[in-house]
Design a protein around this ligand. Structure first.
Ligand SMILES: *[C@@H]1O[C@H](CO)[C@@H](O)[C@H](O)[C@H]1NC(C)=O
Ligand SMILES: *[C@@H]1O[C@H](CO)[C@@H](O)[C@H](O)[C@H]1NC(C)=O
Ligand SMILES: *[C@@H]1O[C@H](CO)[C@@H](O)[C@H](O)[C@H]1NC(C)=O
Length: 216
């Protein structure tokens, strides 16, 4: 019996440590974003150089400009913006949507996302590895969860602009936007991979590539 309980405790500990960023080993480790030292995360600034500014960010206070090709804009508040988040395993983003705006299908390899509707209404969904779409219309004040690593999207099909505040269990969740990843990487994914994967011709592949190419 004791052995079983010990095993359960060990399993719980390991599942915990693999579910998010590594745990911290000290009170604070404010990121030294300018250090040339490469570690998992960022090295810590000298304690004497740490100030309240390292734990502060006002970048989510205002709506982002949504005049993008997708009609949406993600404003991250991660360790790159808030150095004090280094080793703490959390971050936020604000996502603003024009009418008709889309945050196109993407994944966060390092975090689960917990989205709170700040304004408006959104049609959101994620797709499981069993290829099941889990989707819902969410409105101001609602929360929706996008499990770590699963492809998901948000679309504003209402007639007013919308905004989300999303929380992540990573200081830097990372984002791979499916279409851009496959059709606008550098160097580019070979056409023969994309024509076979999507069962389309080279002409269609080139058309998508040119539309998604970063604007110069
Ligand atoms: C700490 O601040 C001083 C003065 O601004 C600077 O010279 C020094 O490089 C900083 N050290 C670190 C580790 O950031
Ligand atoms: C969006 O509009 C602002 C000003 O209204 C402009 O400065 C910015 O360049 C525009 N962005 C895009 C992607 O068109
Ligand atoms: C926007 O939608 C609301 C609720 O569906 C409706 O009452 C309103 O007339 C719509 N406004 C416009 C400008 O379409």
């Amino acid at each position: 019996m004791g052995v079983v309980i010990a095993l359960l405790v060990i399993c719980a500990m390991f599942s915990g440590s693999f579910a998010s960023d590594p745990d911290m080993l000290q009170d604070i480790c404010v990121a030294d974003l300018t250090s040339g030292v490469t570690v998992n995360g960022y090295p810590c600034k000298n304690a004497g150089n740490v100030s309240e500014a390292d734990f502060f960010y006002e970048g989510l206070a205002k709506a982002g400009m949504t005049n993008t090709s997708m009609g949406s804009l993600v404003t991250p508040a991660n360790v790159e913006k808030i150095p004090g988040l280094n080793t703490l395993g959390v971050s936020l983003s604000r996502i603003d949507f024009a009418v008709g705006g889309l945050n196109p299908p993407h994944t966060h390899p390092r975090a689960t996302e917990l989205a709170f509707v700040l304004e408006g209404q959104l049609d959101v969904g994620f797709i499981t590895t069993a290829n099941v779409l889990v989707s819902k219309t969410i409105k101001k004040g609602d929360i929706f969860v996008f499990p770590r690593g699963l492809v998901h999207f948000q679309k504003n099909n209402a007639n007013v602009s919308a905004a989300l505040i999303s929380a992540f269990n990573s200081q830097l969740p990372g984002t791979q936007s499916i279409a851009v990843t496959l059709f606008a990487s550098s160097p580019s994914v070979p056409d023969d991979v994309l024509t076979k994967a999507f069962q389309i011709g080279t002409k269609e592949v080139d058309k998508i590539k040119s539309r998604l190419a970063p604007k110069k």
